[in-house]
Design a protein around this ligand. Structure first.
Ligand code: KG4
Ligand code: ZN
Length: 346
């Protein structure tokens, strides 16, 4: 282990390959984000209606090194001082590509390599912004694979307060979008369609909002949308009703997320909330939480809500004290956030 080597000038290269985005970035505590680049595989997977793991891994293999080369050239940097890569959770083949590359480059450049938890990357993404939160805060982490409320007491000390019992929030957006005939990934397209609809047109359930506790469930809402779509189809009115169904779904999902987040912040006595993960790009979610939460709300900029290399670089830089020297590749499909440890220097 290489410890105590962190200083403000150190430049960390972040590598993200856990799913369908190849993301790279350079970050230093002194300069902040120096450069970043992203290659999205969305077009490759669109025809299949979801991410195909083997296609994802192959495309990361094809794109990652050229993307790093372009990034270094753009920033005018020959070699970084450290490398951070996403080690999980995610698709194991895709993770292996980033892990293999990070450790190979770590050997070549003789620099420390940090294995980063993807969700820790998401919840630390607002640290890239000028308006960044101090610890402790509540994180509402809403992505395609996860829906979590986390008490973030300090770097590495995370208590998962609530999670989804079935679909993730992003998955619910994606599945509803599919029912409405929208393409993949459905979340942004559904949000755009919802802007043209009436959110009071359908009375959809706010799952778990009336129950105590901080867990989520989106399957009942999904079924209610399915029935609304089926009825509209049977009456030959689906084309006219699509925007109303989208708007009513979005309102129900956002009410549920915001309701639970406020409950969690209050019960934990936290006056800062971070909204992160792909669904954190949703404008209604952002405006609603800002309007209803009396404390401060923090977000990453829109492009860093979804998967990217910048959040991995900043999380890696913050965890630099526990970097290893390129001897093992970690790739964990499943990895619980609350098993992370506080790094040595914090
Ligand atoms: O964090 P992310 O890029 O990937 C995972 O780690 O899962 O999140 C992707 C998810 C997708 O389900 C996508 O539909 C959703 O975030 N998403 C949105 C919006 N933008 C992305 N959902 C609702 N509204 C949006 N504006
Ligand atoms: Zn993600």
């Amino acid at each position: 282990m290489i410890r105590g080597r962190m200083n403000a000038q150190m430049i960390t290269l972040g590598i993200e390959t856990s799913c369908d985005e190849t993301g790279v970035a350079l970050y230093s505590p002194e300069k902040g984000l120096i450069a970043h680049a992203l290659h999205s595989q969305v077009d490759l997977h669109a025809a299949y209606g979801g991410v195909v793991p083997e296609i994802a891994s192959r495309d990361h293999v094809r794109m990652l090194l050229p993307l790093i080369q372009q990034l270094m050239k753009k920033a005018g940097i020959d070699k970084p001082d450290a490398i951070a890569y996403t080690a999980g959770p995610g698709l194991v083949g895709a993770l292996m590509v980033g892990g293999g590359m990070a450790n190979g480059l770590g050997l070549a450049w003789n620099c420390p390599v940090v294995a980063v938890h993807h969700m820790e990357g998401h919840l630390l993404a607002p640290m890239l912004e000028e308006h960044s939160p101090a610890f402790p805060f509540l994180a509402l982490l809403v992505s395609g694979g996860h829906t979590m409320l986390i008490a973030v007491r300090r770097l590495g000390e995370y208590e998962v307060l609530g999670t989804t019992l079935d679909d993730a929030a992003g998955e619910a957006f994606d599945k509803t979008a599919k029912l409405l005939g929208l393409g993949y990934p459905g979340g942004p397209q559904l949000a755009a369609l919802a802007e043209k609809g009436d959110e009071t047109a359908y009375s959809l359930p706010r799952p778990m909002l009336n129950k105590p506790g901080l867990d989520f469930s989106f399957s009942g809402l999904k079924t209610a949308v399915m029935l609304a779509v089926r009825d509209a189809e049977a009456e030959g009115k689906l084309a006219d009703c699509r925007a109303d169904i989208a708007a009513s779904f979005q309102r129900a999902a956002v009410d549920t997320l915001v309701g639970k987040a406020l409950r969690a912040a209050e019960s934990e006595g936290l006056d800062r909330i971070v909204v992160a993960g792909g669904v954190g790009a949703n404008r209604l979610l952002r405006s609603e939480i800002a309007a209803r939460f009396p404390g401060q709300v923090f977000y990453p900029r829109f492009e860093f809500c979804t998967d990217n290399g910048a959040m991995i670089a900043v999380a890696g830089a913050m965890r630099l004290s526990e970097a290893g020297d390129a001897s093992e590749i970690r790739a964990q499909a499943r990895w619980s956030l609350d098993t992370l440890k506080v790094p040595a220097q914090v």
